[in-house]
Write a protein that binds this ligand. Structure first.
Ligand SMILES: Cc1ncc(COP(=O)(O)O)c(C=O)c1O
Length: 371
């Protein structure tokens, strides 16, 4: 590694977050570990290994290829693919204990045909209000019971996804109610899927009533709150820091432009620090002239446009700043902290997009206080 820009992943924080989530749940409720999108930018294999050590019984990814990556790395825990899977993935899924989502009877028929002589495990997805994938709640029972008669298909799970668990209690309650009705009617029809699940991170705190078999936290596992209002609900800590080092420190006279478009012009003699991170690393261009970074225990501003590979910061007020010094873009340093949520706010997005957007060019390095 010749470039000092890294995402540092604290695996012990992920373990701690899992324990904190488990403490918030009714006893017996399983945590389904969401490791899609490369475990929210943390590295799916390393995170899945940790979750496996912590006895998680089900991992969930978005795509078939994400499941293959985990299996090829030796992850043995059952994996649920939340998104669409094509027919030609079905034989692999059967051979490698990968469970697929069916969004209705037509997909179940397609899977059954592709399963040949094997048996495919599926979770049925019900659309209770999200308006994306899943069989609409009012047609769900009929389709689920029809699919249950298919040879080669085992319906082992039933789930739905919440649209606004962090912000709309009425919609959440309505979705939970619709889902509970489907679950009740399916059970009354004699089908008992072992894993019934609804709540994402926010849903853990906003779905009230009878506990289901499992919850599906993603963002909370990585120590971020799905919404500012829920930040205190569960004691988790961020597991990702984005770090680099000062590459160049240069004196610029007053009135000198910095970066593309000359969007920043110095209004005093300025010590400009150049850091090797840009939008191609996932540090959004929309943070130009907005974000701050931590250098030597001080917050200093990003000045000028964030470009593809580098960004400039103003270190005039940090006389000690020298090339090679640590620069924290996300994370804690010397008692200061910059969160992905704060950057998201400045960039006009959500913390999910900030952490999943850190690109492949940024090496992930792992620390684990337990090892
Ligand atoms: C089906 C499903 N369940 C759970 C999650 C996890 O959501 P969160 O990260 O908000 O906990 C996601 C993420 O988008 C999802 O698509």
């Amino acid at each position: 590694m010749y470039r000092p820009t890294v995402a540092q992943i604290d695996l012990a924080a992920i373990r701690g977050n899992l324990q904190a989530i488990r403490r918030c749940l009714a006893s017996g409720t399983e945590v389904i570990g969401i490791v899609k999108a490369d475990a929210y930018g943390h590295g799916a294999v390393r995170v899945a290994e940790v979750l496996e050590q912590e006895r998680i019984r089900l991992l969930a990814v978005a795509t078939p290829d994400e499941a293959v990556e985990l299996r090829e790395a030796g992850i043995a825990t059952e994996i649920l693919v939340l998104g669409h899977a094509p027919a030609d993935f079905v034989p692999y899924a059967i051979r490698h204990n990968v469970t697929l989502t069916t969004d209705g009877h037509a997909t179940a028929v397609m899977y059954a045909a592709a399963a040949e002589s094997g048996r495919l495990r599926v979770h049925y997805k019900v659309d209770t209000g999200m308006g994306r994938a899943g069989v609409l709640a009012d047609r769900a029972v009929e389709q689920i019971m029809e699919s249950a008669t298919l040879a080669n298909i085992d319906i082992v799970g039933l789930y739905s996804h919440l649209a606004s668990a962090e912000s709309d209690p009425d919609l959440t309650a309505m979705q939970a109610e619709r889902f509970a009705e489907v679950v009740r009617d399916v059970r009354a029809g004699g089908l008992h899927p072992a894993m019934v699940h609804l709540a994402n991170s926010a849903g853990i705190f906003s779905v009230h009533g009878s506990p289901l078999d499992g919850v599906r936290p993603g963002i909370l596992l990585y120590g971020l709150s799905p919404a500012a209002s829920l930040a205190q609900a569960c004691r988790v800590q961020p597991s990702l820091s984005l770090l680099t080092r000062l590459e160049v420190v240069k004196d610029l006279p007053c009135g000198h432009g910095i970066g593309y478009g000359r969007t920043f012009v110095t209004d005093r003699p300025t010590r400009m620090g150049l850091i090797p991170i840009g939008y191609a690393d996932g540090y959004p261009r929309s943070l130009s002239n907005r974000a701050s970074v931590i250098v030597h225990g001080r917050l200093v501003p990003v000045v000028g446009r964030v470009s593809m590979d580098v960004a400039a910061i103003d270190v005039t007020d940090v006389p000690a700043a020298t090339p090679g010094d640590l620069v924290t873009l996300i994370g804690q340093q010397d008692g200061l902290c910059i969160t992905a949520a704060e950057l998201a706010e400045l960039a006009g997005t959500i913390s999910y997009e900030i952490i999943t957007g850190i690109s492949k060019r940024v090496p992930r390095i792992y620390i684990d206080r337990q090892s």
